[in-house]
Design a protein around this ligand. Structure first.
Ligand SMILES: Cc1cc2nc3c(=O)[nH]c(=O)nc-3n(C[C@H](O)[C@H](O)[C@H](O)COP(=O)(O)OP(=O)(O)OC[C@H]3O[C@@H](n4cnc5c(N)ncnc54)[C@H](O)[C@@H]3O)c2cc1C
Length: 459
């Protein structure tokens, strides 16, 4: 690490923190810290030239290297034991061009920073369900949330990117500038360089009708909600959770700690159309709580259940639907789960997500009906093994596996890249990786290793 400090010393204007420096723990922290060792150094650049210097120092010294945006990766990609972390948080900044309907997010921008700035103009770009997530980290892997069935995934709204490559060069990627790199960035995660700026399409979004519907744990309710989603207008995006009711004041006290079915819905069409669009969802079972109401779009966030620990077991996949017997098994599994936050999360796809051609971006799962994730969070290390077993059993029961959503992968095991990317997508990603990062400097991610030799060009 002395070499890194030496290479960055002198004219480098950013902050370099080692373990004894005040503020190191905060700078080195990530959401799912688990039990891994901290990095040795955290470099916090404040402009693009400082990012380039860090990338060059990492490449020259060969130290273990990670790039951190918002720090929310389930697989802890934003840190590296005993290595160098490039922390992008001081490189924030949002610009909204309301007339052109383009938003610019610099590397350290969170979904919340951007969503609030865009809302001042009655505009939005769809992200996920949580405002603290980093915009580039989310967008490079996918980005599914409250506007996805209307506007597509976040990556479908990326118009261009500025990227610092492994050799320190700065390039632009868009439909007209290095289209292969642009294709790879949209789904291929942080494999290709440090994205210092993203240009994103904005869509008029002022008041939405959204919030939480909580139902009694009837297995038929899960299927009825998914069926309603399959026939819903594209302005309606939602997720469904089967989980234990948290001790929230808006949930009946006698349900706390027992399984419930929760739908988090967002209708982003005109409020006049919302009631008709939401009627089949409200009729999907015995409604315990209905918090759905018209509200400014940014107010919708905060309805997702909070994190209850830093140790996570999770398996993600896709499904065509959840039959009543499978839903009954999940409800029973949730009832007896070893950790307080054990959940089946279902995200109906379709709409604008499905209209994008399969090979237009590196996110190829366009034809899937429902994204499904089983997760268990625990504050207690002693429960980690039981939580993992619970996730494996519950996910196996639903037949999840094989195809995965990159942003929800929590276990970056050997099959992670081939689960996230079908063979043709992975081959093309490897070709781009080979060109821009042949030594695999950027590997603290859902790693796409460089191809030995690029495939010969197809005639
Ligand atoms: C509480 C929570 C809620 C979530 N909800 C959703 C959701 O609703 N929908 C959804 O789609 N996803 C969701 N996610 C997943 C999230 O999108 C991914 O974990 C995402 O990669 C996080 O990005 P980050 O920058 O915050 O994390 P980090 O851990 O900092 O980064 C994640 C990866 O992206 C890379 N990266 C980050 N910034 C850059 C950059 N500027 N240039 C190059 N590479 C970069 C990192 O190197 C790392 O490999 C959620 C995650 C959490 C923890």
């Amino acid at each position: 690490m002395d070499d890194v400090s030496r290479l960055l010393g002198g004219s480098w204007g950013g902050r370099l923190l080692s373990r004894t420096d005040p503020g190191f723990d905060e700078a080195a922290g990530v959401v799912f810290a688990g039990d891994g060792a901290p990095p040795a150094l955290v470099a916090r650049p404040q402009d693009v030239s400082e990012v380039r210097a860090v990338v060059r120092a990492a490449a020259e010294t060969g130290v273990p290297f990670a790039v951190r945006g918002g720090g929310h990766a389930y697989a802890r990609y934003g840190t590296v034991a005993e290595g160098l972390v490039l922390d992008l948080r001081l490189l924030g900044g949002v610009r909204i061009d309301a007339e052109a309907r383009v938003g610019v997010a610099c590397a350290g921008t969170t979904a919340g920073d951007y969503t609030r700035a865009a809302a001042e103009h009655g505009l939005a770009t769809g992200f996920g369900d949580t405002l603290t997530v980093g915009v580039p980290g989310l967008a490079l892997g996918g980005g599914i949330g409250y506007l996805s069935r209307r506007d597509g995934l976040t990556l479908d709204n990326v118009l261009g990117a500025e990227v610092v490559l492994a050799d320190g060069d700065v390039v632009r990627a868009s439909d007209d500038e290095d289209p292969d790199l642009f294709w790879a960035l949209r789904g291929g995660g942080g494999n290709f360089g440090v994205v210092t700026r993203l240009d994103l399409r904005l869509t008029r979004t002022r008041v939405v009708t959204g919030g939480l519907l909580a139902f009694a744990p009837d297995p038929r309710t899960v299927g009825a909600l998914l069926e309603a989603a399959a026939h819903a207008p594209e302005e309606l995006s939602l997720m469904v959770n089967v989980m234990k009711a948290p001790p929230a004041p808006f949930l009946p006290a006698d349900r706390h700690g027992t399984p419930i079915v929760v739908a988090l819905v967002c209708h982003s069409g005109t409020p006049d159309d919302a009631d008709a669009a939401l009627a089949p969802f409200r009729a999907a079972g015995t409604l315990l709580v209905d918090l759905v109401r018209p509200q400014p779009y940014p107010d919708l966030f905060g309805v997702a259940p909070g994190q209850a620990g830093t140790r996570l077991a999770q398996r993600t996949g896709f499904t065509g639907g959840v039959a009543a017997d499978a839903a009954a098994a999940v409800i029973e599994a949730v009832r007896t789960a070893p950790t307080p936050l054990a959940v089946l999360n279902l995200r109906p796809m379709g709409g604008a997500i499905a209209r994008v051609p399969r090979d237009a971006t590196a996110f190829a799962h366009r034809a899937q009906r429902v994204m499904a994730t089983v997760g268990a969070l625990s504050p207690d290390p002693g429960l980690a093994g039981a939580a993992s077993d619970w996730v494996a059993r519950t996910a196996d029961g639903l037949g999840l596996g094989g195809a995965a959503y990159a942003n929800f992968v929590a276990d970056a095991g050997a099959s992670a890249a081939s689960d996230a990317y079908p063979p043709d997508t992975l081959r093309r990603l490897r070709e781009v990786k080979h060109r821009v990062d042949p030594d695999n400097l950027f590997r603290s991610n859902l790693n796409v290793t460089p191809a030995e030799e690029p495939e010969p060009a197809r005639a």
